[in-house]
Ligand binder design. Sequence first.
Ligand code: BES
Ligand code: ZN
Length: 461
Amino acid sequence: MSINAILSRVDADFPKSLDRLFDFLRIPSISADPSHKDDCVRAAEWLVRELTALGFDASLRPTPLHPMVIGHYTKAGPDKPHVLFYAHYDVQPADPLELWDSPPFEPVVKTFPDGSERILARGAQDDKGQLMTFLEACRALIAETGKLPVNVTFFSEGEEESGSPSMIPFLEANKAELSADVALVCDTEMWDRKTPAITTMLRGLVGEEISLRCASHDLHSGAFGGAALNPLQVLTKILGDLHDDKGRVTVPGFYDGVADISPTLRANWDNLGFDAAAFLGGAGLKTPAGEADRTVLEQIWSRPTCEINGLAGGYAGPGFKTVLPASAEAKVSFRLVAGQDPQKIRAAFRQYVRDRLPPDAKVEFREHGGSPAVHVAIDGAAVGKARAALEAEWGKAPALVGSGGSIPVVGNFKSILGLDSLMIGFGLDDDRIHSPNEKYEVTSYHGGIRSWVRVLDALAS
Ligand code: BES
Ligand code: ZN
């Protein structure tokens, strides 16, 4: 059977592939919001139904939070390779709702002035659109040839956007069932609209929530101001000191073990022709704000960072209130690179905060996930086949790229299942993931489906 017949079927069925993605996108499977717990179950059940219809032996697996979905396909035969496909079915909260041009869970395709057609919805890219590229490729392969060319374990979680609390115990308890030759992870980006990419490195992540308490209750800022310690002022001073005037993180030991990228990798990245102005311009910015002596690609791919993600305390409602607050909170995260140990970074940060606390200030920390950076080998046979397959589809060799984001499960696949991951995704850096007006280009969805047809076919040989 020629690959062209399968690709023609993808093209002919594309309107239906869009309809199915729309059905999936209408389910608001927001993992972080307890009021959407049933929607997460609905999304998982939706996947089980789709997989079953394609001939997978699929089931929903309860966890303490949101269910996992596993589907086995073994009809390729015992002599064929076995891949573990991963994508997440949960999405980020959609707020602030008023900033969306159309309702986040009522997907639409809109044509933009530059001629691009975009699927607009929460999860359109991250990660439901990406997940569906694989499912629709499987559908076309089965419809046209009767079966998939490789054995597949389809694996989807509903907690990725909430730090995957159930993942490690689940992998440990289901090691044998999830065994495979290689993992395929679809949660990353292309290089640009016309150039595919294989992601070879991801940054790690450490999340920390800090609560600072000073007085026993809120005080009148006239009656007590000047004498009483203000936790918002203590906290903002500590947070403000986290970076020096060169943009470097000041936590002692933060850069221990962090190496510069190799000359080969640097040459490779220089050859990509990255347009920093366009990248920042897409976010309404002009000037890189990270470490002064680093390129923008280094700043987002190979350098560790610290970001304040949220700050709360005192009165920020309508009008004005002369309050001297009793407490203040912040959420801070660190993106990590190779050589950094999440637990050591967490401990160093807590010590840094404690060392700066004045008398009467009491701090509590709450941990929110910790995962190391991940590097994948690019010399394996599967990578070579995938590169050729992507080049055949897009007419250009895939770029080998880093990613500033984190996909902790990739590290877990290696350490628990012993699996290398091939990270192929079709997102773009202006897709506004986690943000209002998230979109997935129709070319990403269509080209993504066609790409998986070719990659699965190539992996079989
Ligand atoms: N799809 C993203 C990861 C990503 C972001 C890949 C940007 C490529 C470019 C993923 O869903 C995500 O957002 N991950 C979280 C992980 C965290 C919640 C543990 C992240 O990176 O913040
Ligand atoms: Zn994602």
